[in-house]
Ligand binder design. Structure first.
Ligand SMILES: NC(=O)c1ccc[n+]([C@@H]2O[C@H](COP(=O)([O-])OP(=O)(O)OC[C@H]3O[C@@H](n4cnc5c(N)ncnc54)[C@H](OP(=O)(O)O)[C@@H]3O)[C@@H](O)[C@H]2O)c1
Length: 336
């Protein structure tokens, strides 16, 4: 199988940061897997907000990562690096990658791959790793969410937000979301959110108080930060956890530390991409054990918005930036 591999491939790169139009096809050598890596012939690549921020020049790839955008792929294993076992050429996988997904071939750490079970379409497989790893780690590992708790998720119809609704439902959480329009709120409710608050029409702090009978939520998954942080803290119950995964509303926040102390809050957050290979491998293992059975039996499927051919990556970014999408946008690189 590896004998048939081409020497060159098409990828989508950019010479200078800028708008979607800077994304252009480039011809590159097909990368060779090093120890512990596999080479994947890419079927689909997920598009994530961090790709947009990278393209704008505000989220540089960590040292050693490919400068080509793309943090998740599905495809077929075509070559194994030294020391890889458990995977074989021809196997369908999806993978969390630290870059390089917008390409015909992509390297992945073997222990950052998950098998694509029968019945899971490849476009959906590509849409899982980034949001699943991010939500699992931040909601359950950092935020200690447990069965019976209530969580507030901003960006309820984002790739991350839709995954938080689905996982929350499957793991016994009551999920309240905020969204930017009545239409998005309706979609979030269809997906299983217990309540959806149109934050442009309603004060979410007052609404959370009303919905929880003044108790508050146990956890806030926040992708806004800025002046949301103080408001989020007003939504938290005693011993509440506040988990920051993005700062779309500004990095600085002014909060009352006496409230953090007296109400015993925990403030935390994380970014996935720069974490160590070992961390990601452990997270992949945890997800394989805890979540993948739900993917295999069809109980968990990502919410899909749109697919664009690889050479229209710029249009995929335009769709994401327009903000009308619900769920995941993917690039179709090849069929199969
Ligand atoms: N920390 C990590 O490891 C990690 C990993 C992946 C993604 N992320 C971050 O998570 C976020 C979601 O990623 P994604 O790929 O799912 O992107 P996405 O689908 O484009 O979602 C972005 C969401 O942010 C919401 N939003 C933006 N500004 C807002 C504001 N001022 N108030 C309330 N909501 C606001 C939008 O909600 P409305 O349209 O309803 O306004 C939208 O649903 C991004 O910020 C991304 O950078 C973090």
């Amino acid at each position: 199988m590896s004998a048939n591999l081409p020497a060159r491939m098409i990828a989508i790169g950019f010479a200078q940061p800028g708008g979607p139009e800077v994304l252009q096809p480039v011809e590159l050598a097909v990368p060779q897997p090093g120890p512990g890596e596999v080479l994947i012939r890419v079927s689909h690549a997920g598009v994530n907000r961090p790709d947009v921020v990278q393209r704008e020049g505000k989220y540089p790839p960590p040292p050693g990562a490919s400068p080509i955008p793309g943090l998740e792929v599905s495809g077929t294993v075509v070559r194994l690096g030294e020391g890889v076992d458990g995977w074989f050429p021809g196997q369908k996988v999806c993978a969390l990658v630290s870059g390089g997904g917008y390409a015909q071939y992509c390297l992945a750490r073997a222990d950052h791959c998950l098998p694509v079970p029968p019945g899971l379409p490849m476009d959906q497989a590509a849409a899982l790793p980034e949001s699943l790893f991010t939500v699992w780690h931040n909601v359950f590992e950092r935020g200690w969410a447990s069965d019976g708790e209530t969580i507030l998720v901003h960006g309820g119809t984002s790739g991350i937000g839709t995954m938080a609704i689905l996982l929350g439902r499957l793991f016994g959480l009551t999920v309240i979301v905020t969204c930017g329009s009545p239409e998005k709120c309706a979609r979030a409710l269809e997906l299983g959110a217990a309540h959806a608050i149109d934050y442009r029409a309603t004060d979410f702090v007052e609404e959370v108080a009303r919905l929880t009978g003044g108790e508050g939520v146990n956890l806030v998954l926040d992708m806004v930060a800025g002046d949301y942080v103080a408001r989020n803290l007003r939504c938290l119950a005693m011993d509440g956890r506040h988990v920051t995964i993005a700062v779309q509303g500004g990095a600085r926040a002014e909060i009352n530390m006496a409230v953090v102390m007296t109400r015993r809050y925990t403030l935390t957050g994380s970014t996935l991409r720069p974490r160590s290979d070992t961390f990601k491998a452990l997270l992949a293992q945890e997800i394989a054990d805890q979540v993948w059975p739900l993917v295999a039996d069809g109980a968990l499927r990502p919410v899909m918005d749109a697919a664009f051919p690889l050479d229209r990556a710029a249009d995929a970014h335009r769709r994401m930036e327009a903000g009308d999408h619900v769920g995941k946008i993917v690039l179709e690189v090849a069929r199969g």
